[in-house]
Write a protein that binds this ligand. Structure first.
Ligand SMILES: Cc1cc2nc3c(=O)[nH]c(=O)nc-3n(C[C@H](O)[C@H](O)[C@H](O)COP(=O)(O)OP(=O)(O)OC[C@H]3O[C@@H](n4cnc5c(N)ncnc54)[C@H](O)[C@@H]3O)c2cc1C
Length: 416
């Protein structure tokens, strides 16, 4: 960066991982960087991610990693060529946080905590000269293109040479990202896809008895089977949790994009659960056919087929009472328990959101085509991915691409 540009001022709006990482890259280039955050502190969602051990990234090979971003795999794959899982692990190491690969291939900090990493990161950014403004809620632009912020002291309007928008999606709005930025962009003619729940649970029409008795119970192991729009059957083993209104949990999140889209298309989606993945239907039928003596049917089900608790509750939901004593029907239901998913849970309960600024509204440097000098990064862009560290990795990678886009744009402008 020529020294002529080091007096230039760049605003980063949003203090999540995408914004913080963009700020770091911009400051490393010598630019004057000010970061604006609506809440009283930065990185609140990052901290909450620490409750699950902070799954920073994944050890997938590059092509498989990129494929996790579904229809956006090409675009996100290009960001990852510039900042990938290894680079992210190296970055964490630079802050004194070593990482390890868990049995599922997911990558976590050794201590599985987010707070030490975030604390060290923010301290280093301050030392490097990034200026933080908390309690500054971005409201849009004024007529001259300056940024408008709501602050406890009233509205502030500040002009910058370049801007990075990194205000996140719309999940868990109490942590700061509420998608309220959308209107300001739509008003400027920028194409934004609606923010939809991703990595979310689904509603099922449980009986009152089932939801009162089994809400919160883990269902594991389970294999979920479903057919896609072309009729092709898919299966995924994992675990989930029964909730008062339906199901949630890792295996459900992994399928949630497809299931959400199927519900949008058809009004509902039918899936089946294999509640005994290690047993064949014939084995179960034979076991259940054995005389149960004086044992209750519930005890017989538990001893013969290993089905009890929430799994037995699911059988009662699916089968009429008289079928519960028919070994063939019970065995078939254990292997193919039908469930109808009615709707995804609302976006504010989801782990992440799909939708956001359409990538077509941005050039390859993540600059808004309709607003030169304004770049965007992180979950506010229209891509989605399952849990597994893919979300954070794409936030870092896009933060880097947007920052480098701004650096190149400012350098080119100062040469003119
Ligand atoms: C419970 C939970 C656990 C998760 N665990 C993981 C995990 O283990 N691994 C993983 O990869 N991902 C995980 N995620 C997802 C991951 O945390 C997000 O994808 C990521 O934080 C998004 O980063 P971001 O910088 O784009 O946005 P955010 O982290 O949402 O940050 C955006 C920031 O912008 C601020 N902001 C919003 N609007 C304004 C405004 N108008 N003006 C100023 N500031 C504004 C917000 O307050 C916020 O600080 C988890 C999410 C949740 C909810």
């Amino acid at each position: 960066m020529p020294s002529a540009t080091t007096s230039l001022r760049v605003a980063v709006v949003g203090g999540g991982p995408a914004g913080l990482f963009a700020a770091e890259r911009l400051r490393a280039e010598g630019l004057q960087v000010e970061l604006f955050e609506a809440k009283g502190s930065v990185g609140r969602k990052f901290l909450i991610a620490g409750k699950g051990g902070l799954n920073l990234t994944h050890s997938d090979a590059a092509a498989l990693f990129a494929s996790r971003y579904r229809e956006r795999s090409d675009a996100v794959g290009r960001w990852l060529e510039r900042f990938d899982a290894d680079a992210l692990r190296g970055w964490a190491r630079g802050l004194g946080v070593d990482t390890y690969v868990g049995t599922s291939g997911r990558v976590f900090p050794m201590d599985r905590k987010a707070a030490p990493l975030l604390r060290g990161w923010v301290r280093r950014l301050r030392e490097q000269g990034v200026v933080f403004h908390v309690h500054h809620r971005w409201q849009g632009w004024d007529e001259d293109g300056a940024l408008r912020f709501d602050t406890p002291e009233g509205e502030r309007t500040i002009a910058f040479d370049a801007v990075i928008l990194a205000m996140g999606g719309a999940s868990w709005p109490e942590l700061g990202s509420d998608g309220a930025w959308m209107q300001a962009l739509l008003d400027r003619g920028i194409d934004v896809a609606p923010l939809l729940p991703a990595n979310c649970g689904f509603d099922i029409d449980w009986s009152t008895h089932f939801s009162e008795r089994h809400a919160g119970a883990p269902i594991k192991p389970v294999v979920v089977h479903w057919r896609d729009a072309t009729g092709q059957e898919h299966a995924l083993q994992g675990e989930c949790v029964a909730t008062a209104t339906g199901i949630e949990g890792s295996v459900v999140y992994a399928l949630s994009a497809q299931l959400r889209d199927a519900i949008a298309r058809d009004g509902h989606v039918d899936i089946t659960f294999d509640l005994a993945p290690d047993r064949s239907e014939a084995w179960l039928r034979q076991a259940l056919d054995r005389p149960r003596g004086s044992r209750s049917y519930g005890e017989h089900l538990r001893r013969a087929a290993g089905i009890h608790g929430v799994k037995a509750g699911l059988l009662h939901e699916a089968l009429p009472k008289d079928a519960m004593h028919d070994a063939a029907r019970v065995a078939a239901a254990i292997k193919r328990l039908p469930l109808r998913l009615l709707r995804p849970r609302p976006v504010d309960e989801a782990i992440s959101s799909a939708g956001g600024i359409r990538l077509e509204a941005l050039d390859d440097t993540l600059m808004l085509r309709a607003k030169p000098g304004v770049f965007a990064a992180g979950e506010m862009l229209d891509w989605e991915a399952p849990t597994g560290g893919y979300l954070l990795t794409a936030c870092y990678a896009s933060g880097l691409v947007a920052a480098e886009g701004a650096i190149a744009w400012l350098a080119a402008r100062s040469r003119r």
